[in-house]
Design a protein around this ligand. Structure first.
Ligand code: NAD
Length: 524
């Protein structure tokens, strides 16, 4: 019988699932030394977020086959060390969905009917019926930023309340949105059309302070904002200013940039409704977390595929030599596509040509999915869980192989089909180095290492010099430069490889240059 060590408290439902088939020891008292001492006798370890499952613990666990994390983040587990030892890491990222969605609906109705404010008023001995005139959510437009696990659950419930639901989520497909009765639009449209905007994105680089002065100003006058995702997504000073200026009708917050919140002017504002990070706080969500992690651990022990596996699959050594640079290339091309294609993508096409047509390209496909989805989730996106996340987001993908690879030994192509156009990225491998040879339809040729700067601009004399001067003045060193253009003096793309990323100020100066439409800096 397998032996499982449960080192942190999980719900009784989860424990019962484990105990039904394995010998389970619950030891909540283990410090680092004690854990190192006992781990050697166990096939599985279950933790929450407090236990540090370091490389040392993993090395000491000579029998370990799986580590279960009751929750979503795996920052406390050395996943690479586990992967190297062939130990599967499983988690429970979906157990809170309904709890957070229901709280969001509660906040929505509370905003519409001022329930918390009127409750306080009655409590204070008042009877202010005309002060608390409300509005009905039926027929109103709800804009969801992020249509992932929680956003989708909110959408279903809002449809039940007869709301019109819009979403902005660059990754989720139109089909998936349509399936749940949601219209997929650009961010600007969503902000301009929504009576209420609710945010359900992870806190990553692209979403930090997503609701800044600029985006708040783009919301309809009198509209409402709900944030039950992560505090850093909303700039709290900018929100307070928008409320004080009367631009927003109100806001509801479950999460704050620091918790408990420090911005008392914001939390005490009469048109703010606030809860103390209660999204996941339901008995059912806690029970589901325990059950999900227990099922994952048992599936891994039985040699089956757990639903929520976190770490990487195995690639046969003989295929590794050909595939390895293409795996890197696929991940980098996909990450570039994610950075440059900001419009919702209806479908993707992946094409594997030349030397790639003779090998099992599954690892390259997984790397592409990982690149497309990385930083669109707080969950660590790996080749193991990327297909599941892609399925959850309804991504439509077609694949084909072809023997011909133009003049290259191998060619990898990603096509992203948006509502209006096809955006193409191609790459090859030369002397074992990935080369990106087509970026967003422009022919270029660069090795995607280090910091990269892309500009979309109008081709005319002096453009390269001007960007070079701005970078030079900020002491940013350029190591390579490539330009692709549609035709002389037409639209063009410049790619610069840099020794370091330019600051936000330098990027703003570059974007302010006449004839530069857009510019992005990134490390792939
Ligand atoms: P998810 O990964 O399933 O979905 C996130 C979605 O956001 C994805 O579809 C992704 O494509 C989209 N996205 C990423 N970047 C975007 C951007 N820049 N613009 C628009 N869309 C973008 O995550 P989830 O499980 O639905 O969780 C959503 C949020 O809720 C997370 O921030 C999570 O931490 C938070 N959360 C809060 C509580 C709480 O107690 N309030 C509990 C659980 C989760």
């Amino acid at each position: 019988m397998d032996r499982i060590l449960v080192a942190e408290k999980i719900a009784p439902e989860g424990l019962a699932t484990l105990k039904a088939v394995a010998e389970v020891d619950v030891r909540l008292d283990l410090d680092k030394a004690a854990l190192l001492d006992v781990i050697t006798g166990y096939d599985a370890l279950v933790v929450r977020s407090a236990t540090k499952v370091t490389a040392e613990v993993i090395a000491a666990g000579s029998r370990l086959r799986v580590i279960g994390r009751a929750g979503s983040g795996v920052d406390n587990i050395d996943v690479d060390a586990a992967t190297q030892r062939g130990i599967m890491v499983v988690n429970a990222p979906a157990s809170n969905n309904v709890a957070v969605a229901e709280l969001t609906i509660g906040l929505l109705i509370s905003l519409a009917r001022q329930i918390p404010q009127s409750h306080s008023s009655v409590e204070a001995g008042k009877w202010e019926r005309s002060k608390f005139m409300g509005w009905e959510v039926r027929g109103k437009t709800l804009g969801l930023i992020g249509l992932g696990r929680i956003g989708s659950e909110v959408a279903r419930r809002a449809r039940g309340l007869e709301m019109q639901v819009l979403t902005y989520d660059p990754v989720v497909s139109f089909d998936r949105a349509t399936q749940i009765g949601v219209e997929s639009v650009n961010l600007e449209d969503l902000l301009a059309r929504s009576d209420v905007v609710s945010v359900h994105v992870p806190l990553v680089e692209s979403t930090r302070s997503l609701f800044d002065t600029n985006h708040l100003a783009m919301m309809k006058k009198g509209a409402y904002l709900i944030n039950a995702s992560r505090g850093g997504v909303v700039d709290e000073e900018a929100l307070l200013a928008a409320l004080e200026a009367g631009h927003l009708g109100g806001a509801a917050l479950d999460v704050y940039s620091s918790e408990p919140p420090k911005n008392s002017a914001l939390v005490n504002h009469p048109r703010i409704i606030k809860t103390p990070h209660l999204g996941a706080s339901t008995n059912e969500a806690q029970a589901q977390t325990g059950t999900d992690v227990a099922e994952g651990v048992l599936a891994a022990l039985a040699g089956n595929s757990p639903r929520y596996a976190v770490n990487a699959p195995f690639v046969a050594p003989e295929a590794w030599h050909v595939l390895e640079p293409y795996i890197r290339l696929g991940r980098q091309m996909a990450a570039l596509c994610r950075h440059l294609v900001l419009e919702p993508v209806r479908s993707y096409e992946f094409e594997y040509c030349g030397e790639l047509s003779g090998v099992d390209t599954q690892p390259v496909r997984l790397a592409i999915l990982q690149g497309l989805l990385a930083e669109t989730s707080e969950q660590r996106v790996t080749p193991v869980n990327a297909p599941l996340i892609a399925r959850e987001r309804g991504m439509r993908i077609t694949e084909r192989t072809c023997h011909e690879a133009e003049n290259y030994q191998g060619l990898l192509v990603i096509r992203a089909n948006t509502a209006d156009e096809q955006r193409v990225f191609s790459g090859t491998v030369l002397r074992h180095d990935p080369h990106i040879i087509q970026a967003d339809n422009y022919w270029v040729d660069f090795v995607p290492t280090g910091a990269l700067l892309f500009t979309y601009h109008r081709d005319r004399p002096g453009m390269i010099g001007r960007v070079g001067m701005l970078l030079g003045a900020a002491d940013v060193n350029i190591s390579g430069m490539y330009v692709g253009r549609q035709a002389p003096r037409q639209r063009a793309m410049m790619v610069l490889t840099l020794d370091e990323l330019p600051s936000d100020t330098v990027m703003e100066e570059i974007r302010a240059e006449p004839d530069i439409d857009r510019s992005y800096a990134m490390v792939l």
